[in-house]
Design a protein around this ligand. Structure first.
Ligand code: NAI
Ligand code: ISE
Length: 336
């Protein structure tokens, strides 16, 4: 049976996911779309030859008998409403990060899902599906290197649009590290401190860039996180684990190593779409397969909530200059 998917939000990542769901991956087709920009959505599906009905109202899309499952790729502040409506309709829903823009909003989703009695929600933390991060996790879990002690992580974007302001280095960007490092280390966070470096002259007005996010896990592992969203040279994700008996790092994406004109060089990608292209494919193929099997094995609504609570603590740490403790309730049995 083909999974009939309705997609709300046909912007940058919406278009990417529609293409991969309908054309690249097995077992799904995109039958419905919605966006406040109707013309762009219609132009996109027609130019791609995708036979999807446009719904003027996203709630009609969610309730449609022709839609088996929903993908939410609209602007972040709309996510909570569409995820809650999908749960109310009893439909599986894949939601891009953030699950909701506040921890309270994420918790409302957690409560609604638990009340529905069935896991329906997956959050788009695609790094858990990345081959490199999976190698890092396998290395840690093997025990061959002893216990991890320090993680040095960097999230660098070449530049960001003018709309990227305020706390977005944390809420939009570092949330990927918050999720993936907790998964990688099998550990929860205890405290956080945020320090600004000398500001780059390329930073937008009122944006601190770069910043350092120093997390400590409950077992005492130290994470040095760098967020630098105007680094100019490329989109670069780094992660190095310093363990008791060895040090290992996220592999670089595969690319030609060129010897030419007395130089040894390789390309650094410049955007997230390409850097994580395989991870998005693996993530959504697993979501299709799981949804058909009536299960969720990817990042859950609880993971979305946990990340939001941690992000709030990071923001408090940034604004206060203090070390802030991170308080999260124990994982409900429903998510164990
Ligand atoms: P975008 O701005 O390109 O697209 C957002 C789309 O949502 C636009 O087409 C807009 O018209 C539509 N929209 C806004 N309000 C709406 C509403 N009420 N109903 C229906 N449609 C509405 O943004 P982008 O980059 O595609 O990001 C979308 C989401 O995906 C964000 O939450 C972002 O954080 C997340 N994202 C995740 C990435 C990942 O690596 N996992 C990468 C990029 C984005
Ligand atoms: C974007 O929204 C993403 O989610 C990308 O993965 C991230 O690298 C980028 O910094 C965000 O703006």
């Amino acid at each position: 049976m083909t999974l009939r998917v309705g997609v709300i939000g046909t912007g940058a990542i919406g278009k990417e996911h529609i293409r991969r769901l309908d054309k690249k991956l097995a077992g799904a087709s995109v039958v419905a779309v919605n966006d406040i920009n109707k013309e762009d959505a219609l132009n996109f599906v027609s130019s791609e030859g995708i036979n999807a009905k446009f719904f003027d109202n996203p709630h009609d899309l969610i309730k449609s008998a022709d839609v088996d499952a929903v993908v939410v790729t609209s602007w972040g502040p709309t996510h909570e409403e569409f995820v809650l409506a999908s749960i109310a309709a009893g439909k599986p829903v894949f939601c891009e990060k953030p699950l909701a823009t506040t921890a309270e909003g994420c918790y409302r989703i957690v409560e609604a899902e638990i009340k529905s009695g069935k896991k329906l929600v997956q959050v788009g933390f695609m790094r858990r599906f990345d081959a490199g991060y999976r190698q890092l996790k396998a290395a840690i879990d093997s025990g061959k290197f002893g216990a991890p002690l320090i993680v040095n992580a960097a999230h660098r974007n070449p530049s960001v649009p003018d709309s990227y302001v305020g706390d977005m280095p944390i809420t939009d960007t570092f949330v990927h590290e918050i999720d993936v490092l907790r998964w990688l280390l099998n550990d929860d966070y205890a405290t956080v401190q945020v320090i600004s470096a000398k500001n780059s002259k390329y930073a937008n007005a009122n944006l601190k860039d770069p910043i350092l996010v120093l997390l400590e896990t409950k077992s005492g592992i130290r994470i040095n996180g760098e967020i630098f969203v105007n680094c100019k040279y490329g989109y670069d994700i780094q992660c190095q684990v310093v363990a008791e008996e060895g040090i290992f790092s996220l592999p670089e994406p595969s690319s030609l190593l060129i010897r030419q004109e007395e130089k040894l060089s390789t390309v650094i990608m410049n955007d997230w779409k390409l850097r994580f292209i395989d991870s998005y494919d693996v993530e959504l193929q697993q979501w299709i397969n799981d949804t058909k099997a009536g299960t969720v094995t990817g990042p859950t609504a609880w993971d979305g909530y946990f990340t939001a609570v941690t992000a709030d603590a990071c923001i408090e740490a940034k604004n206060s200059g203090k070390i802030i403790s991170i308080q999260t309730p124990p994982t409900p049995d429903f998510y164990l």
